[in-house]
Design a binder for this molecule. Structure first.
Ligand SMILES: *Cc1c(COP(=O)(O)O)cnc(C)c1O
Length: 434
């Protein structure tokens, strides 16, 4: 951060003082624009989403065959009203939530139980398709269930896929790549959870551990992959493919809302709260939602008070040129999916005209909400996935127009949970302040 010093930022952006004090804050993005105007500022368009959506359709016969728990090969999750949790929130925060409260249950996504089953799996499938097409392996039926045959597996065995991840991205990339027959390596920091390493190894994934932190693992993974032309590196910070895989969620949610007779228009705004790490998952989903539903869907990113990298990056406009450490924050959080010190510049810049705001959540709040959701609705999310749950509180308390309308719908994106082993989940449930 050489251009402007910390104290100069504090004069320009007084909210940063509270961010540095690790308070729970809401930042409203002054650069948000109408969708049509925002689209002029990005090279991404609706066509990219349609392309991704069509590709996932092509792969449905294959996925249905190898992962029978998908819905006929479509990887999608329920959109669930959570009225009892709404009452819990109203009680806990002494606030009235006039609109509806829905949970998007990506914790229950098939194959890998988190939002990463959208982007991660999509990127692997796209790479597999590219290889199959260039090797002229697809027969004239064009039925993609042929990807589950020895001829395809033999091709993929000659190719490598690598990713650096301590968590859900590694699980998604690892599981999908191994199923197709790729030679797949997940680079992890040594502090990554043992159960994740065990699970990946049991599926034939190579797990490489690093004593250093996560960013070292990513850097080393990238370096090794770049030296090897047969290796495809999944780049969490810069991948358009990941982003588009996530973006397909937009049209899917639009269809689910319609099924539930929920309108989105000026009189019926939709507020969406998305837990944010490096930004690809929530960014892709929010981009897809804006294109599918238009100007009356308002998207917010949710981050831990110790790791608000996207908030700081977008607020300052410095994106990946600033880190949470520049503002005295330690990036230590139990929300392991969100423990990111520097946001993706690709996502931050792309989302500048589309994002309504960012807010932060304390770790203790995540654990309290985890227990309340389990007790009230019997839905079990991992700590990161609860960051969206205080969104309605933040937004209703703010001066944002129509947030407190009885016609508003509040949609909390539950980003993960089903892969967490039971004893681990129990320890989250019984978590007490350390
Ligand atoms: C990865 C992840 C996120 C955030 O996604 P990013 O692409 O890193 O911003 C949120 N919640 C869970 C459970 C995740 O695994």
């Amino acid at each position: 951060m050489n251009k402007i010093t910390q104290s100069e930022w504090l004069v320009k952006l007084p909210l940063l003082q509270s961010v540095m004090e690790q308070k729970e804050v809401l930042w409203c993005n002054p650069s948000v624009e109408l969708v049509a105007a925002g689209l002029l500022k990005t090279r991404l368009s609706k066509f990219d989403i349609v392309d991704a959506s069509d590709r996932l359709e092509r792969f449905a016969p294959y996925l249905a065959k190898v992962f029978p728990d998908t819905d006929k090969g479509i990887i999608e999750s329920p959109l669930t009203p959570i009225p009892k949790m709404k009452q819990e929130l109203e009680k806990a925060y002494a606030i009235h939530i006039p609109g509806k409260l829905l949970l998007k249950q990506d914790n229950a996504l098939p194959i890998s139980g988190s939002i990463k089953a959208r982007g991660g799996i999509y990127e692997v499938l796209k790479h597999a398709e590219t290889l199959a097409v260039s090797s002229e392996l697809l027969d004239s039926t064009k039925d993609y269930s042929q990807f589950d045959t020895p001829r395809f597996r033999e091709l993929f065995a000659k190719h490598k896929i690598a990713v650096g991840s301590t968590g859900n991205l590694g699980l998604s990339i690892g599981i999908m790549s191994a199923k197709l027959g790729f030679n797949v390596t997940v680079h992890m920091s040594a502090d990554a959870k043992q159960w994740k390493k065990d699970l990946l190894r049991s599926k034939g994934v190579q797990v490489v551990e690093y004593i250093d932190d996560y960013s070292k693992a990513v850097e080393e993974g990238r370096r090794q992959a770049e030296a090897d032309p047969s290796c495809h590196f999944v780049d969490d910070e810069n991948s358009t493919d990941l982003f588009m895989g996530y973006a397909v969620a937009g049209e899917r949610v639009a269809a689910q809302l319609k099924e539930q007779n929920i309108t989105v228009d000026e009189a019926h705004p939709l507020f969406v709260y998305l837990p944010c790490g490096v930004g690809g998952g929530p960014g892709g989903v929010a981009f897809g939602l804006k294109l599918a539903l238009g100007d009356h869907v308002h998207c917010f990113f949710a981050e831990p008070t110790h790791s608000p990298c996207m908030m700081i990056g977008m607020m300052t406009g410095m994106h990946d040129q600033v880190s949470v450490a520049d503002f005295g924050l330690d990036n230590k959080t139990a929300a392991d999916g969100l423990a990111v010190g520097t946001a993706s510049a690709f996502v931050g810049k792309t989302m500048e005209p589309f994002l309504t705001g960012c807010y932060t959540v304390e770790d203790q709040t995540l654990f309290t909400l985890l227990k309340e959701l389990a007790d009230s609705e019997d839905i079990w999310l991992e700590p990161s996935a609860l960051a969206g749950m205080t969104g309605p509180i933040q937004v209703i308390k703010s001066t944002l127009p129509s947030a407190d309308s009885k016609n508003a719908t509040h949609l909390v994106w539950g980003t993960g949970g089903n892969m967490v082993p039971e004893d681990e989940m129990k320890s989250y449930y019984h978590y007490t302040r350390k």
